[in-house]
Write a protein that binds this ligand. Structure first.
Ligand SMILES: Cc1cc2nc3c(=O)[nH]c(=O)nc-3n(C[C@H](O)[C@H](O)[C@H](O)COP(=O)(O)O)c2cc1C
Length: 189
């Protein structure tokens, strides 16, 4: 199983990374991480030129070209982000906006009918748990998976990361292992 991770934390070794490491430990297989804040790939913002409304691809030929290739090759996608002002982080959003060619498949009428890959979401919020704490991130990331015809396997969220961690929340650590196991099974492992 090939996994591509889109990793959106500004901190290289914060809670988002701890969640991702634990997930990948159970998941196994071949893993590639696009680290939105540290990648050497130059990734410009989407300019809404509407090229992708008519052609399957992007008019901007930058670092995203290799991200598109890696996405196509992957069996499994992991989206990992902290909550920044009730949504995902800015650098990750820049990459996600460049996935507009997938959304535009509905205009081009070449959207694959079958779900082709598995996809999971990991999110962290510093504030103590409150209603809809992760809603903004969920709307972005779940709809992205849908637009990419990726089967949503599940999500795990860690609230209160200003005080808690996977050490103080072994229940959430267990949820992460269980989700990774579910992804393995969905990929026939
Ligand atoms: C700019 C910014 C905005 C934030 N907004 C939220 C928020 O809306 N909700 C929340 O629960 N935590 C918020 N936080 C806290 C982070 O989600 C939290 O510190 C998280 O642990 C960061 O991820 P990391 O540990 O991987 O660095 C914000 C932090 C920053 C820097």
């Amino acid at each position: 199983m090939k996994t591509l991770v889109l990793f959106g934390s500004a901190r290289a070794n914060g809670h988002t990374k701890a969640m991702l490491d634990l997930f990948l430990e159970t998941l196994g297989g071949e893993v590639e991480i696009i680290d939105a804040y540290r990648t050497e790939l130059e990734i410009a913002p989407c300019k809404d030129c509407r090229f992708c409304w008519h052609k399957n691809g992007c008019s901007i030929k930058d670092g995203m070209v290799s991200v598109y290739e890696k996405l196509e090759e992957a069996d499994n996608i992991v989206l990992a982000s902290p909550m920044y002002f009730h949504s995902i982080s800015g650098k990750l959003k820049t990459i996600i906006d460049r996935l507009q060619p997938y959304w535009a498949s509905c205009l081009r009428k070449d959207k694959p009918e079958a779900f082709r890959k598995t996809g999971s979401i990991l999110m962290v919020g510093g504030a103590p748990s409150f209603e809809n704490q992760f809603l903004g991130g969920e709307l972005v990331l779940k709809n992205l998976l849908k637009d990419m015809s990726i089967h949503f396997t599940g999500e795990v969220t860690l609230p209160n990361s200003d005080r808690d961690s996977l050490e103080t929340r072994p229940d959430i650590a267990e949820e992460i292992r269980a989700l990774a196991q579910k992804v393995r099974e969905a990929n026939g492992l």
